[in-house]
Design a protein around this ligand. Structure first.
Ligand code: UD1
Length: 420
């Protein structure tokens, strides 16, 4: 297994481009199953999750190529049953269920597995598909879905903690080929949902309201092939912005969307970070003291759960007490124990982490547990004096394109080696 060796204490310095968004591209790739015509997707990040989705599409009978950030998919004919083990391993693969069912009238997709950040139920996906008149059974680990023709309906998709991102994607995709009008209430408003809607619209789908809590889809007879450029990854941008501030560096991020980062930038400003945000570029400036801030994660446009772990590392620099409350996933503080190995003082009280910042940090061997926790450990390693070894880097490779190379471009001393 690969590991990162980080010699910390160097402020990041320089300029890097932000890659295409992982969470936009996964449902967009699933949406290519809705048409028998070829699709071309550009600005696709080179991530293990993307290659994994490619494997899933191939296992369903589609052709899939990836070259220089461009993916070509042609799902001329597709099978209605996915490979059990492939699909089970990646949570994002649940979003093939809606498109397959809409295209084939039936779909057999394995139940996605659990995940270290908490239980990841799919009840809202199933509720939505049932409302579109699908018959669903869970048998032998598979979701078995059937419907001669999906029927449009009004669906309330809000859950215990608010909207569901992939649930909204799944139902929106299924509704594009349903008979009549579908209204999704309490839809997720994330930019990745909007990007998917743009792709679907370029395929001929009729969708209004994406980016608001009420999405209206008027079903079409069929969709055609399309080309699309994926939006920049706002979580990757948040990660490097926080890394720059945490090391008191001066970093410019390009090819990004500052408007997608409003909540993160607002918290950084409150923490005393100086920056210049101009449309597609963000410059983080070195500054003085970092102030402790409190934050609760929320659905978009609130502070994203996917940037919570990274913000926690910035708070390690703040004098005083900050409280970070996780409202989306119940076990998303796996990074706190690992940060403690580096000298951090963090107490977990229910859904909140209480961080006493300003402690001296020194390098150690730590273990990545999930994608964003890994990013937090890397940032902390960059802040520490001495050598930090972050094990199980495969988590990072799922969601950060060439992170070690990008960090080296910013002057970080990061080396990828095999775990000993
Ligand atoms: C997506 C993102 C993930 C991000 C998350 C929240 C992708 C590939 N992943 O995951 O990076 O952290 O949004 O922004 O896009 N829930 C239910 N029932 C369901 C579905 C979800 O109760 O059927 C709950 C979840 O347990 C969670 C909350 O709803 O508490 C939000 O989850 P959801 O938005 O569905 O996350 P994902 O779409 O899986």
């Amino acid at each position: 297994m690969d590991t990162f060796i980080i010699q910390g204490g160097v402020p990041l310095h320089g300029e890097i481009p932000i890659s295409g968004a992982k969470n936009a591209v996964l449902p967009i790739l699933a949406a290519t199953l809705l048409t028998s015509e070829p699709c071309v997707i550009r600005r696709v990040p080179d991530l293990s999750d993307v290659h994994f989705m490619g494997k899933i599409l191939r296992s369903l009978g589609a052709s899939f190529t990836f070259e220089n950030g461009t993916v070509k998919v042609h799902a001329k004919r597709v099978r209605d049953k996915g490979d059990y083990d492939l699909i089970r391993k990646m949570r994002g693969s649940i979003c093939i269920l809606g498109p397959l069912l809409a295209r084939k009238g039936k779909a057999n997709v394995s139940m996605p597995g659990g995940c270290v950040i908490g239980t990841r139920p799919i009840d809202l996906h199933l509720k939505g598909l049932r409302a579109l008149s699908a018959k669903l059974d869970i048998k032998e680990g598979y979701i078995q879905a059937k419907s001669r023709k999906l029927q449009g309906n009004e669906i309330f998709l809000g859950g215990r903690v608010g909207p569901t991102v992939l649930g909204t994607a799944n139902i929106m995709m299924a509704a594009t080929l349903a008979e009549g009008v579908t209204i999704i209430e309490s839809a997720a408003c994330e930019p990745e949902v909007v990007d998917l809607a743009h792709f679907l619209i370029s395929m001929g789908a009729k969708i209004q309201g994406a980016g608001t809590p009420r999405i209206v889809v008027t079903g079409a007879e069929e969709l055609h092939g399309a080309e699309h450029d994926v939006i920049p990854d706002r979580i990757e941008a948040a990660t490097y912005a926080i890394a720059a501030a945490a090391t008191n560096g001066e970093v410019t991020l390009t090819d990004m969307r500052c408007d997608h980062l409003a909540a993160v930038l607002d918290k950084m400003r409150e923490a005393g970070v100086r920056f210049e945000a101009r449309g597609s570029s963000l410059k983080i400036l070195p500054g003085g003291e970092i102030h402790a801030v409190d934050v609760s994660t929320q659905p978009y446009t609130g502070f994203p759960t996917d940037a919570q772990a990274q913000l926690m590392t910035l708070m390690l620099r703040a004098q005083g007490l900050s409280i970070i409350t996780e409202r989306i996933f119940e076990s998303r503080f796996m990074h706190a124990n690992e940060l403690a190995r580096l000298g951090a003082d963090i107490a977990i009280e229910g859904p909140s982490a209480i961080i006493r910042g300003g402690k001296e940090l020194s390098g150690a061997e730590v273990m990545a547990s999930d994608l964003r926790a890994s990013a937090a450990l890397v940032i902390a390693g960059l802040m520490c004096s001495g050598r930090t070894q972050v094990n199980r880097i495969y988590h990072l490779d799922r969601g950060y394109e060439v992170m070690d190379k990008k960090l080296r471009k910013l002057g970080a001393r990061v080396k990828r080696t095999k775990e000993k």
